[in-house]
Write a protein that binds this ligand. Structure first.
Ligand SMILES: O=C(O)CCC(=O)C(=O)O
Ligand SMILES: [Fe+2]
Length: 313
């Protein structure tokens, strides 16, 4: 039986309210986690739990709507990457059993209006802003811990347009999810800078903490947000920070039918015109990656994930 991954729980309070020495101490704790497991639970992060609960409630109201209505907000353009994707629309080398809604910073043409789903757009926009602030503070921590200058990431996120995603994994027979090549979400790494992840109490998220293929549960911890390093930060830090493979499978305690599960990732990407080139910290250190253009990287990876997206009618 898979036991739980050893993922640190770090309080962010002293980063928000403390002095420079306090900030540096929090930054160091995050860096320790990011440079080993690649994941950390952050508590006292400044987003009230009532707000997080409210967003889970809104996600449920959205996904409870009839499919015919949800597809009126269908994600049609992988580059804009905004709107609803049904079960099976997103797959990259396997079969996921989930449906999603993607929300962006600047343009949300496929978002329910206030008359279609009261309060949805406004509340999601507010939550987006709160995640944005937290996400940039996490990047600030990394910059401090790595002595890159506190504002290193501010300079490459001026027009940053993260992706807030609501995910619903419908209730499903365990034997379907456990077929070869199937999962609630198949093993993958995230491809931006880092991801904030809120999960409900159902469980099933697993990570590969030692990068050996031995998955361990990342159990739900109420009041925390899970934060993980994604591929561009692994490249930028020349492998100092780890972008760790993860997946969502059957929670270990489940019966024959898996209960419905909700989660809310917030994927942070740099400005599209930025070149992500590994930062060298030591004499003689060799760059492990070629530079990549952040915008091209994002579009390429997004399109790859949506290769089965049906042509819009
Ligand atoms: O649902 C989860 O807990 C993880 C979601 C995830 O990994 C993703 O959307 O990239
Ligand atoms: Fe992920």
């Amino acid at each position: 039986m898979t036991d739980a991954a050893d993922i640190a729980i770090v309080s962010f309070d002293k980063f928000i309210n403390g002095d420079d020495a306090d900030k540096r101490a929090v930054a160091k704790q995050l860096y320790n986690a990011f440079s080993t497991v690649g994941w950390v639970y952050v508590k006292d992060h400044g987003i009230p739990q009532e707000r997080v609960d409210e967003i889970f409630g809104l996600a449920k109201s959205f996904f409870d709507l009839p499919l015919q209505q949800k597809i009126t907000w269908r994600l049609q353009d992988a580059e804009l990457n905004q709107g609803y994707t049904g079960d099976g629309d997103e797959a990259n080398g396997g079969v996921d059993h989930k449906e999603c809604y993607e929300h962006r910073r600047f343009r949300n043409p496929s978002c329910p209006t206030d008359s279609e789903l009261p309060g949805f757009r406004e509340t999601i926009d507010e939550f987006y802003g709160q995640c944005y602030v937290l996400g940039l503070n996490v990047l600030k921590c990394l910059a401090i811990a790595m002595d890159l200058g506190e504002d290193f990431f501010t300079g490459i996120t001026k027009q940053a347009d993260p992706q807030l995603r609501l995910i619903h994994y419908p209730a499903i027979e365990k034997k379907i999810v456990e077929q070869e090549g199937h999962a609630r979400i198949i093993p993958h790494t995230d491809f931006g800078l880092c991801t904030l992840l809120f999960q409900d109490s159902v469980g099933g998220l697993e990570v590969d903490p030692f990068h050996t293929g031995d998955f361990k549960a990342a159990l739900p911890v109420r009041g925390t947000v899970l934060i993980n390093i994604a591929d561009l930060l692994q490249r930028l830090t020349n492998d100092r920070c780890r972008s760790t493979i993860h997946r969502v499978v059957s929670p270990k305690t489940s019966g024959d039918i898996l209960p419905s599960r909700y989660s809310i990732p917030f994927f942070i990407h740099p400005d599209p015109d930025v070149l992500i080139d590994p930062v060298i910290k030591e004499e003689g250190e060799v760059k492990k990656y070629e530079p990549v253009n952040a915008g091209e990287w994002r579009t390429w990876n997004t399109q790859k994930n949506y290769k089965s997206l049906p042509v819009a009618t």
